[in-house]
Design a protein around this ligand. Structure first.
Ligand SMILES: [Zn+2]
Ligand SMILES: [Zn+2]
Length: 149
């Protein structure tokens, strides 16, 4: 078998980390490769379990440190979980919102919202000057969907 063709997202992330002075050891690369291409929300524990398939001697501390660095560089986005656990997905550029499946953890971005009227109303009532918002919708994805009657 030939080596897998390189993934542009992984290459970009590794480049960004290197440019930030981060040494790319094999265990760190395994973590980066795991989260960079994930379409599911991953907790550090889940990253650890998946990345160990690429690098069995990986330590959990390496996962946490790599996550911290990726977070600092804005490459990953922290996701609120109803369980209260921290989880992450690759960040998407621009102002977007998240759809998250509570069964399988699939995460998708969607754009476009009609929150302006609501925000004006809230701003008017509270006296807050609203500068940003953060929208995550939870539910079940197409694959996990149950029958609603
Ligand atoms: Zn799902
Ligand atoms: Zn928005």
């Amino acid at each position: 078998m030939t080596e897998c063709s390189s993934n542009p997202i992984i290459d970009e992330w590794l480049g960004r980390l290197q440019a930030a002075g981060y040494r790319l050891t094999a265990p760190r690369k395994a973590v980066v490769e795991t989260i960079a291409t994930s379409q599911h929300v991953l907790s550090p524990q889940e990253m650890y379990e998946q990345a160990r398939e690429r690098y069995p001697a990986l330590g959990l501390v390496t996962v946490y440190r790599t996550v911290e660095k990726l977070d600092e560089l804005g490459l990953i986005q922290r996701v609120h979980q109803p369980s209260g656990c921290h989880a992450y997905i690759p960040a998407a550029p621009g102002h977007q919102h998240l759809l998250i499946c509570q069964s399988c953890g699939r995460a998708e971005y969607f754009s476009g919202d009609r929150l302006d009227a609501l925000m004006e109303e809230v701003a008017g009532e509270s006296g807050f000057q609203i500068q940003d918002h953060w929208l995550q919708l939870f539910g079940k994805c197409r694959d996990c969907g149950v029958n609603f009657s």
